[in-house]
Structure formats: C-alpha cells, structure tokens
Design a protein. Structure first.
Length: 244
C-alpha cells in the first residue's frame, strides 16, 4: 500500500515522508531529511545518501582481492576468463551498484533486493538520480528476492559476493538473516562463488567471532579492512576467499 506524501515543498527541518509501504517484510519508508534521502524499515534506520564510502569500499575491496583475474578494461582476462561477475546483496540507496557500474572491470552485475518498494524508488522514483545510469547498464541485473533464499537456491556462480543487508553479522536487520552468517549460510555463499571467488561482508563493527566462523566454514585469506569514521568504532569489511 503506497502512501506518497503530498507535503508542502518548504522544508522546516523535520524529515518528510516521500513514500510509505507495507512490504512483504513489514513497513518500509523513504523520507527526505534536508538534502538526504533515508530508508527506514520497521522503524529502524537502515541507510541514507550522506556518504557512500562504506559501499564503495565494499566493492573495491572485493575487486582488489580479485586483482589479476580480469583485464583492466573489463573485456576479458589475460588467462582467458570472462570479466568477473559480482553479486551485490541489498540495493539500498544504490551506492554499491552505481560504483560497480562505473567500473569496466566488472562483467555481470547482479543485485538482489527483497523489497519491491526499494526497487521502485530507483526505477523512476526519488533514488533514480543516484542509480539511473547503473540501471540502464546492460551488465546490470536486478532480482527481487530475499538474499538468504537466493544464495541457498541459485545455480549461478559469481566471482565476488558483496553483502550489505544488515548492520553486521551480529546486528541483523531481520532475525531471518542470521542464518546467512552461520556455517550453513556461509556454505551456501561458498557454493555461489567460483573457485578463488571473494566474499565481502560489510559490518558496522569488527567481529573476531565472525572471522573464526569464516575460517571454520572453509574460507581462506580471511581478513578485516577498516573504514575510517569521524569518531567511534570504525565500520569494516570482512573478506574471505573460497579455495580454488
């Protein structure tokens, strides 16, 4: 059920709701707060358009780990492999997708997003200013599905999985997502990766426990890269490689 706001154009310092919907996983809201667009799910702030540094690093860290597997121009690898395919878990405000689409390194760019409202906001809605070019890119494929279900069921494989659907493995937006970070969920992620493929998971805080889970799930080269923040605990990207 859509409730598109007809609020007056003058901004008085308070957030303005642009759209509110009852989606398959509860209420999702898009609102404007000054110059920022914000996504709220079931009353929980998810993300906004203030920066995008974390989302860009998520994609770049996966690329760096794959360095040498594809030619710099993204046409074909020197060893005969196709340009790397990347799966981005969560569309959000579109920073990760837009960043990947600006880079010819990537071949197929698949985005899995479970909320139809979020996809609509990018397809001709307020968020299209950030993602229109990426949506029009022939490499881009948008799939409306729950990421956990998709990873468990897909027959496709990817060179990189860039996951940003929660605040971290220990701070999930939806309890159903917890299974993704379990040994069984990570086994599904490994099956969706090509040999030597990279799993990159964004988190609002580092987790030594999750690193151990990655090792125990059979991943190698497990490490954590910090994303500098103005104050407080830095955001991180957990990285791991499926053995060749």
């Amino acid at each position: 059920m859509s409730a598109m706001s007809t609020a007056a154009s003058e901004y008085d310092g308070r957030p303005v709701v642009l759209d509110r919907r009852d989606g398959p996983y509860g209420e999702v809201v898009l609102r404007r707060h000054g110059e920022l667009l914000q996504i709220i799910a079931n009353g929980c702030f998810l993300m906004d358009t203030s920066d995008g540094r974390s989302e860009r690093l998520l994609v770049d860290a996966a690329r760096a780990a794959l360095d040498g597997r594809a030619a710099p121009d993204g046409r074909a690898a020197l060893d005969g492999r196709a340009a790397p395919a990347v799966l981005i878990g969560g569309l959000g405000v579109g920073f990760s997708l837009a960043h990947a689409a600006r880079d010819p390194y990537w071949g197929r760019i698949t985005v899995v997003e479970r909320e139809p409202a979020v996809i609509d906001w990018h397809r001709g809605g307020p968020l299209s200013a950030l993602s229109a070019r990426a949506f029009a890119d022939p490499r881009t494929v948008i799939i409306e599905d729950d990421l956990v279900a998709y990873v468990n069921e897909t027959c496709d494989t990817f060179d990189a999985l860039c996951l940003d659907i929660d605040n971290g493995p220990g701070w999930t937006v939806d309890m159903a997502n917890e299974g993704l970070y379990s040994p069984a969920g990570l086994a599904s992620c490994a099956r969706a990766l090509t040999p030597g493929g990279v799993l990159a998971v964004w988190s609002a805080q580092p987790s030594a426990e999750f690193e151990e889970t990655l090792w125990n799930a059979g991943f190698t080269q497990v490490r954590t890269e910090e994303i500098p923040v103005a104050r407080g605990v830095p955001d991180v990207v957990h990285l791991a490689v499926r053995p060749g």
